[in-house]
Design a protein. Structure first.
Length: 223
């Protein structure tokens, strides 16, 4: 198991393409100290004022990583997945530098397997995950969908007809469909936690948790 790191630990982001830049920008918005590096001077200059630090360097060179202090970081994100050879080499360099947590972007299952075997703690498949999410959204049954690695998912959807106008505890939704209503949103109001006496109306949205297959079956119910 990977050791839990403090929530304010500085983050090293390698690669300032769309994925890396989005990650670095969001970390900066969350007030995390970020060192972003890329071998493109143009990208480094573009992001130099948007993150804590941005440096031009070739992360495939372990000596270059040492010079910028990569070994002092507790967490790093390798965001250069489209360049598979570079991604593997950079990840291996970070492992050699004993960075405790390494998040690495992969573009295929085989790429991800290699990254995990050489020491990446977390392998990310942004294109695949985005594709799965969009597939659920375009089906028209769900308004949002997030699936986790252990076949657990969260989905936002309109409630089926049988659920409307009765307390959730009386609806039997968990025993009948193996899903749990964890949140409800009424028009003009923020999401609230669902309780046994919560009554869902025709205009509400619900947040449902459960396995991927159970949520898909629940989403197919008459609305």
């Amino acid at each position: 198991m990977v050791d839990r790191l403090r929530s304010d630990a500085p983050v090293l982001v390698i690669g300032l393409g769309r994925f890396g830049a989005a990650c670095a920008g969001e970390l900066d918005r969350l007030d995390r100290e970020v060192l972003a590096i890329d071998d493109s001077l143009e990208l480094v200059q573009k992001w130099s004022e948007r993150v804590t630090h941005a440096v031009q360097a070739d992360a495939r060179n372990v000596e270059a990583l040492k010079q910028i202090g990569a070994q002092d970081f507790e967490v790093a994100v390798v965001a250069v997945g489209s360049m598979i050879e570079a991604s593997i080499l950079i990840t291996a360099n970070l492992v050699d530098l004993r960075v405790p947590q390494i998040w690495a972007k992969a573009v295929s299952q085989s790429h991800g397997k290699i990254l995990a075997r050489i020491g990446a703690n977390h392998v990310i498949y942004p294109e695949r995950e985005a594709g799965e999410r969009v597939a659920h959204l375009v089906s028209g049954r769900m308004l949002d969908f997030i699936r986790f690695d252990d076949d657990f998912a969260l989905a936002k959807m309109y409630p089926p007809k049988f659920l409307r106008g009765v307390g959730l505890g009386q609806s039997g939704v968990r025993s009948k469909y193996n899903v749990t209503i964890v949140g409800v949103k009424s028009p003009g109001r923020p999401f609230r936690y669902a309780e046994a006496d919560t009554v869902v109306t025709n205009h509400d949205l619900i947040i449902v948790s459960g396995t991927n297959s159970d949520i898909e079956r629940f989403a197919d119910l008459d609305r």
